[in-house]
Design a protein around this ligand. Structure first.
Ligand code: PXG
Length: 449
């Protein structure tokens, strides 16, 4: 099939995730046909630096045969076996060992799932089971944050705080949402430091309002990813820690985007010095090569679930799929053996920080923020008042299209442009990324004038 035939069949038979079908019909899909290193190529032969690592998952880029070969060999040896009913497979044990090694010291158990959404559903099941076994069944409520993203199953979407999503389904009734730590958008006249404390105190207020004896857990991404790379003010996480230390409430850190090196540390929890009870992961655990997610479970929680006896009635057919686990093993070995994360921390992360900050002087950039290998640009019409161009987020859409035209995949969340390039990006490629982003900004400024 040629390009237009592919687009037509796509329109007729494929319902895409998070897609406006009118727009899709009008514009047609972009057909991506190949990828190499940090670049993807579409059906027209247009090659782009992939500033989004696929969908925050191909942290090692697209050319790691060690991973694809590990999957292939496993599929030929034992393509599937389940981990229910006292069965197990060698890859699942080996990956569990490796995860226990790279995650914080107090986390030594994993429950495997097929995705991040499923893993957050698993978290809800574990939280409930934990408090029941502790004879505190009244602890039921989970606190999350507005504009959080925790997936798209009913559980994941209920935990998430995106208003557009909540309009389209009925959320679970035991989840509450509080203020997000988004200083640029919602900090008003407060300094970032003041606002960080304020946003953390909102957690305390909510716990007191609900009654600590009813609150089971607090869930948060270390940095909001899909919500627009919202890097909390430095005061936020230490204050959240203080709040949580006062109460007997579980902390779930959703590391689906920031796990496996994005901050220059293995996990966001390491970066912020937090000790979560549960830690959701997916995406980069297999470098995006095979679907796999899961949740890491602290010793405190695992001991209760394991020792109090009785069956934990939860699991997925593809929990611990052997080929997925082999992909995970190969990925973690590369991250560890090639010191990829150390390189982000000491070399490419600081270099991106320096180059990305230069974009703050652009006339339509209200803020350029970054941490490790992630970054965001706030597009504004007026820098002083942080006023946007319009309420339809036209600037973000224009900038995304200009960026793609200029050979860089940059994503728009409203009028916030975001990047999360592969962790293997070189300094030269960081230069290329920043130059292409600047060109996209220039083109956007012209189009919006
Ligand atoms: N938690 C977080 C923090 C995520 O970012 C999920 C859970 C769900 O994972 P699965 O594997 O079920 O998709 C995610 C997923 C975007 C975008 O546009 C982000 C995600 C997924 C799709 C799009 O930034 N994150």
């Amino acid at each position: 099939m040629n390009k237009s035939q592919l687009q037509q069949h796509d329109r007729e038979h494929l319902l895409h995730p998070f897609t406006d079908f009118h727009d899709l019909g009008r514009q047609g899909t972009r057909v991506i046909t190949s990828a190499e290193g940090a670049y993807i190529t579409d059906i027209d032969g247009h090659r782009m630096l992939d500033g989004m690592s696929g969908l925050w998952c191909c942290n090692l880029g697209y050319s790691r045969r060690e991973i694809s070969e590990a999957i292939y060999e496993q599929l030929n040896k034992l393509p599937f076996y389940n981990s229910f009913f006292q069965c197990t497979t060698v890859p699942s044990i080996e990956l569990a060992d490796l995860l226990a090694e790279v995650t914080p010291a107090h986390m030594n158990n994993v429950f495997f799932t097929g995705s991040g959404s499923e893993a957050n559903d698993t978290n809800l099941r574990i939280i409930r089971r934990y408090w029941d076994l502790k004879d505190q069944p009244e602890k039921r409520i989970v606190i999350s944050r507005k504009n959080a993203y925790h997936g798209s199953t009913i559980g994941g979407a209920s935990l998430g705080g995106m208003s557009g999503m909540h309009k389209q389904f009925q959320a679970l009734d035991y989840i509450e949402h509080i203020q997000q730590p988004y200083w640029f958008g919602e900090g008003g006249d407060m300094s970032p430091e003041e606002f960080g404390i304020y946003a953390a105190r909102c957690l305390d207020e909510k716990i007191q309002e609900l009654g600590p004896e009813k609150v089971a857990a607090f869930i948060a991404e270390p940095i909001q990813g899909a919500g627009g790379v919202i890097i909390p003010p430095e005061t936020y996480w230490p204050e959240v820690k203080k709040v949580l230390d006062q109460y007997d409430i579980l902390l779930v850190m959703d590391e689906v985007i920031f796990g496996f090196g994005r901050t220059g540390q293995w996990f966001g929890a390491d970066y912020y010095g937090m000790q979560p009870d549960l830690m959701t992961f997916a995406k980069a655990v297999t470098n995006g090569y095979f679907p796999l997610g899961g949740t890491m479970i602290s010793d405190r929680v695992a001991d209760v679930i394991k020792s109090k006896g009785g069956e934990f009635t939860h699991g997925y057919t593809y929990s611990a799929h052997p080929a997925a686990c082999m992909a995970g093993i190969a990925t973690l070995n590369i991250l560890r053996d090639e010191k990829i994360i150390e390189n982000v921390r000491d070399n490419t992360g600081p270099y991106l920080a320096q180059r990305w900050a230069e974009l703050a002087d652009h006339p339509i950039v209200g803020e350029a923020r970054n941490l490790g290998l992630v970054g965001a640009l706030e597009l504004v019409k007026d820098k002083g008042s942080r006023a946007r161009f319009d309420d339809k987020c036209t600037a973000g859409t224009v900038c995304r299209d200009m960026s793609i035209k200029n050979g860089l995949v940059m994503r728009a969340t409203g009028d916030t442009m975001i990047i999360a390039p592969p962790l293997i990006i070189t300094r030269d490629q960081v230069d290329e990324l920043v130059e292409k982003a600047r060109r996209a900004l220039d083109d956007t400024a012209k189009a919006m004038a």
